[in-house]
Design a protein around this ligand. Structure first.
Ligand code: NAP
Length: 269
């Protein structure tokens, strides 16, 4: 059986660790590269997984990767020959966070897009309901760009320039995740033979979520991203979409919760 290799950034704790666990438990043909900015913390997470899941060691490898650093990402990427998928999970909530939350996925994808399986390789960017919530409160040109990324005529490089101007916004976290959603749409358009989407894991009691009062276990937060990574359903429908925690299509400019009607607006105009 051909083994598929997937990279999970920030895989050493929280939702990232739960994603690694879910992939290893739910599959027999997927190898996980557990990304961690600290090798020791990554190894501790791998030891934990090895105790939880019998015989998973040969499908699990720790890779040092600080997604906020060009140098670290390039060094890690030089050790990876081929990939089926990337889950860009690493994230922070403290301000400023655009370097990690937006430019993190940007640099990881740029460094590794060349080794992704074609056709059909997958990228899952972890966004947040904070993205659409943020966009809903904007007005004017910025709202237009983040709600309808196809109006960003300069594509991803224009979005990068825009991101550099937004590093000091008060809702820096919401801004960073709105940028991730816009990027996902533009990136998918420029890479038609890849399956690139973004998703919110839901409101989850990781270290980050607990500070905000979340109660759902991290295992719940792993379900939507792993679904987007592995489910065949997403191979035959348009990509570049943002999904809610129920893995249903959701808009970029207003919050849609589980059970609300599925979004059916345009992908591109
Ligand atoms: N929890 C929620 O309710 C919620 C809701 C919506 C979206 N999200 C998103 O879900 C993702 C995971 O969050 P979480 O809740 O699991 O948070 P968390 O418990 O704080 O874990 C964050 C993970 O990201 C890693 N990380 C942070 N900066 C990094 C960097 N520069 N390079 C590599 N790894 C880095 C951390 O590594 P260290 O251990 O080295 O710090 C840790 O493994 C984030 O993108 C977050 O924005 C979470």
């Amino acid at each position: 059986m051909a083994m598929k290799t997937v990279l999970v950034t920030g895989g050493n704790r929280g939702i990232g660790l739960a994603i690694c666990q879910r992939i290893l438990e739910e599959t027999t043909d997927v190898k996980v590269l557990l990304g961690s900015r600290d090798l020791g913390r990554g190894q501790q997470a791998a030891d934990f997984l090895s105790k939880q899941i019998s015989n998973c060691q040969e499908r699990l490898e720790v890779i040092e990767m600080d997604t906020s650093s060009d140098e670290s990402v390039k060094k890690a990427a030089s050790q990876i020959d081929s990939l089926f998928g990337i889950i860009n999970n690493a994230g922070v909530i403290n301000t400023p966070c655009i370097n990690t939350n937006y430019f993190g996925p940007r640099r990881v994808n740029d460094a590794l897009v060349g080794v992704l399986q074609r056709p059909g390789g997958r990228i899952v960017n972890i966004a947040s309901a904070s993205g659409p919530n943020h966009v809903s409160g904007l007005r004017g040109e910025l709202k237009e760009k983040l709600a309808k990324p196809w109006t960003i005529k300069g594509g991803i490089s224009e979005l990068d320039e825009l991101a550099h101007t937004l590093t000091k916004t008060s809702d820096n976290y919401g801004t960073s995740k709105a940028l991730v959603n816009a990027y996902t749409r533009l990136h998918a358009k420029s890479e038609p033979d890849l399956i690139i989407n973004s998703v919110t894991p839901g409101f989850i009691a990781s270290d980050m979520g607990k500070m905000l009062g979340a109660t759902k276990p991290t295992a719940d937060g792993a379900i939507p991203p792993v679904n987007l990574l592995l489910n065949e359903e997403f191979a035959s429908i348009p990509t570049g979409r943002y999904y809610g925690s129920d893995t249903k299509r959701s808009p970029l400019d207003v919050y849609r919760g589980p059970g609300d009607p599925v979004y059916e607006g345009p992908d591109w105009e």
